[in-house]
Write a protein that binds this ligand. Structure first.
Ligand SMILES: C[S@@+](CC[C@H](N)C(=O)[O-])C[C@H]1O[C@@H](n2cnc3c(N)ncnc32)[C@H](O)[C@@H]1O
Length: 177
């Protein structure tokens, strides 16, 4: 894997969060229908290595926030997609993608419920709402690959748990249909 490319991505996001803090803002907020909190770059990169993400061709992050997870996934997969309804976060994802000239990431600024996920090898979620509010139903209908779930909260109840592991105390769980 290209550790230098990862370091460049991480630097852009560290700068973004530092700028927000300088303006007295936290790098987390309500986005209207959801809530933005960001994944930890090193944890995501380590988890994707451990999961051999390079063996998967396509990846989608449902609720991709500022795009960090998608840009890290683009180092492993041919096609990395992010869907985020908040326009400001979407624009930040595009800005960093352009700055780093990453060609194989695609960002959509809309509701992930409007997109089919059946074609993706890997679906990622760092959820901001309980799964029974619709996401688990969507996964039960459309998931053909694996789900990588990040965090201790809002786990699916009906998908099949394959395995899980901790990185720095944060939980990664892999599910299938
Ligand atoms: C906890 S954040 C995770 C951000 C990113 N995946 C990460 O790990 O850094 C959840 C994001 O999902 C977005 N979101 C929630 N429901 C959504 C929906 N139905 N369609 C698109 N985005 C959604 C929120 O706006 C928020 O940015």
């Amino acid at each position: 894997m290209d550790d230098n490319a990862f370091i460049e991505i991480k630097k852009e996001y560290d700068d973004f969060y530092r700028d927000l803090l300088r303006q007295g803002k936290l790098p987390l907020r309500n986005t209207g229908r959801g809530f933005w909190g960001h994944a930890i770059a090193e944890e995501i990169y380590s988890a994707f290595k451990r999961l051999n993400l390079q063996k998967s061709k396509s990846f989608v992050d449902l609720g991709s926030g500022d795009g960090k997870v998608v840009l890290i996934a683009s180092l492993f997969c041919k096609r990395a997609v992010g869907i985020e309804m908040d326009n400001e976060l979407h624009q930040k994802a595009l800005e960093i993608q352009r700055k780093l000239s990453i060609p194989n990431a695609i960002f959509y600024n809309n509701d992930f419920f409007a997109h089919s996920i059946s074609e993706f090898d890997v679906v990622f979620t760092y959820p901001d709402a309980p799964m029974e509010r619709g996401l688990e139903k969507k996964l039960l209908n459309e998931l053909n690959g694996k789900l990588i779930h990040y965090g201790h909260h809002f786990h699916p109840l009906q998908l099949k748990k394959e395995h899980s592991f901790f990185i720095n105390g944060d939980l990664f769980t892999v599910y299938s249909r």
